[in-house]
Structures are given as C-alpha cells and as structure tokens.
Write a protein of this length. Structure first.
Length: 340
C-alpha cells in the first residue's frame, strides 16, 4: 500500500476497496467488477462513511455500464437504472449515496444519443471526477476548520470521519489533520464508537499512520474527560444535514452534543456540501438505518449478550441544529441560522 490512505480506487477496469471490516488487523484490498458485489460491499461495511459510500456507488454504476451487454443507448439506460436502484437500496441514511447516484443518472440520461462505448467511458470519468472532487473538498474544509482549532487543542471525535470514510483526507479528521500539520493538536480523544468500533478500529489506525497524538476511550468516558476540562472542542462528520442544520451522524453523536453543551465545549460538524440535503426541512425527515442485532450481541467472535435477547441497533442519530456551534464545509464555516 502507498502511504496515502485510498479506501476507494479505480484501475480503469476494476474498483478496488480497502476492506474496512478487517482493519486494524489486516490491510486487504478487494477488487470488484460487478455492481452487485459493490452493493454488497456497501451493505457489509467493506466501504463505509457517507462520502466513500457515494464514490463507491458511482463506480458501481460505471461497472454496470461495463457489465451491460446492451447495444443501444436505451437498453443501456435500462440496465443502469437497475444498478442505480440496487445500489440505492444498500444504506438509507447517508445522502451522499443518493447524491452520487443522481449525478450518475443525470450523466447517463444525457448520453442516450451516443454509442455504448462512449457512455462507458463517460460514466467512469464522472465517477473519477466525484472521487477527485471529494478529496479536494475535504482538503478545503480541513483548512477552513483548522481555523476553529486553538493552539494546544484537545479534540474529541466520534466514529471515523477520516480518509477511510471519504475518497481521501477526511472531514472531521481532515480538520484534525490540517490543525495537526499546523502544530496545534495536543491530543485527539478517539471514541471507540460501539457497536462497530469505527473509532478504535479505523480513526485510531489513521492516527497511528499519521503520527497524530491520540488516546482511545470507551464511549462512556467522554462525559468524564469533558467534566475534567480535558476537551476543548468536539468535531464529528455527518451522514445527512437537513436544511435547518439538524445532522444525522453515527449513533452516539447526539449524546456527545448534549454533553458538549452541558460542559460549554463547542461542538462542530464537518462535511462536504454533498452531505447537505436541502430537500428536507429538518432532521425529523431523515431515515435512520437499523442494522443487524449481531453487531450488538457480539464483539467479533465474542458473545456479549444472550442470543435470545432482543436488540435495538440504530446506526445513526440526529443532533438538533441548536446543539451545533458551526458546520464546516468546503465553502467555509457556516453558523446558524444556516443558509447553505
Ligand atoms: O456506519 P458508517 O461507518 O458508514 O457511519 C459513518 C459515519 O457515521 C461517519 O461519521 C459519517 O459518515 C461521516 S464520514 C466523513
């Protein structure tokens, strides 16, 4: 592997995903040539994180164009529509998935007059553009957000909103990266993020690679470190931001925002504009994914709850805009009332 973390890569013929279910124990890249397998990879969290899901799905559509045996534009469009619907059914909360698929659908629709070969090339180019734009957006928002980080900052983050969750660099962790490059980060508290452990498995792995000073904490420790005055700011990513600033993110984010408010700690959200969903007025309209009970009943092979115990496993929660000090995007730092 190169030193740059690339969770989603395109070889020109195949999609390559770094299997995030195996980290931090194993760095394994998997190759994909069929959109159906990409959809399964998204479902199974081989690739995860709102922007990364969108990028992978876009390449899924490009693969569908390569798989299709269609000889006319119309037949190709029908095949692509099947793939777009299949990819859209994988995970309901991250709007980047639907945003990227809509963009691919628009490109496909505009190509109906050209040859099938041209369409294949154009769709792959669009997916590559979505990937490149995401990296650029993250770098820009990282620099905007670094301005909010004081010197010697002790930052707390939740889940993984790093390079792994995006096309590269990261959103919340992008801000930490930029601030770290400026010498301002004293410590990053990394919530382990039950039940799937994206914090301890993935964010901590990125911090080790990049030399970012960090300490992993069990989620239940966040209140205690805030009460001791050991957190200067909280920054998380987002899966979907409503027009009023209400933000869906990894389960546990809302609890952190309440804690931050109680302790007078600023709570920031970092996301590219592709995570903003202007079509919904508030977070009440966000569909929250519920995942398999096994994620809660086990940690790896270890049983942590009886198999017979019923489980409630929402993957995300919604943080009301009133608890968010600012939302950082590639277009700058937005404060309430939001006019994105
Ligand atoms: O279930 P996941 O791992 O896909 O959830 C990811 C998150 O909630 C991230 O914080 C969010 O997508 C932002 S990623 C830049």
């Amino acid at each position: 592997m190169t030193s740059v973390i690339a969770p989603v890569r395109w070889t020109g013929e195949r999609l390559v995903l770094l299997d995030q279910t195996l980290l931090p124990g194993r760095e394994l890249e998997r190759e994909y040539t069929r959109w159906e397998d990409v959809a399964e990879a998204i479902r199974a969290l081989v690739v995860r994180g709102a922007p990364a899901i969108g990028v992978a799905a876009a390449f899924g559509v490009a693969l569908a164009a390569r798989q299709s045996a269609a000889s006319t534009g119309e037949a190709l469009l029908a095949d692509l529509e099947t793939a777009i619907k299949g990819l859209a059914s994988t995970r309901p909360t991250a709007v980047n998935l639907f945003w990227a698929l809509e963009r691919m659908r628009g490109v496909a629709a505009g190509l109906s007059q050209g040859s099938v070969a041209q369409a294949r090339t154009r769709l792959a180019a669009e997916a590559e553009a979505i990937l490149a734009e995401d990296v650029a957006a993250n770098r820009a928002l990282g620099d905007h957000g670094a301005v909010l980080v004081p010197s010697g900052a002790r930052i707390l983050t939740h889940c993984n909103a790093g390079a792994l969750a995006t096309a590269g660099y990261g959103t919340a962790l992008g801000i930490v990266r930029s601030a770290h490059a400026q010498g301002k980060v004293a410590l990053l508290w990394v919530d382990e993020t039950r039940p799937v452990m994206q914090g301890s498995r993935l964010t901590a792995w990125e911090c080790v690679r990049e030399g970012i000073p960090h300490r992993v904490i069990a989620d239940v420790v966040a209140a205690s470190v805030m009460a001791r005055g050991q957190v200067d700011l909280v920054v998380t990513g987002a899966d979907r931001i409503a027009a009023n600033g209400d933000t869906a993110n990894k389960i546990g984010t809302y609890a952190l925002a309440v804690l931050a408010k109680h302790h007078g700690v600023p709570f920031y959200v970092a996301a590219p504009c592709s995570t903003i969903d202007p079509s919904i007025a508030s977070g009440a309209e966000i569909v929250i994914e519920e995942r398999d009970a096994a994620e809660v009943r086990r940690i790896g092979p270890q049983q942590t709850a009886p198999e017979a115990s019923p489980v409630y496993n929402p993957a995300f929660d919604v943080t009301p805009a009133e608890l968010i000090a600012a939302i950082v995007t590639e277009r700058g730092v937005f404060r309430p009332p939001y006019r994105f």
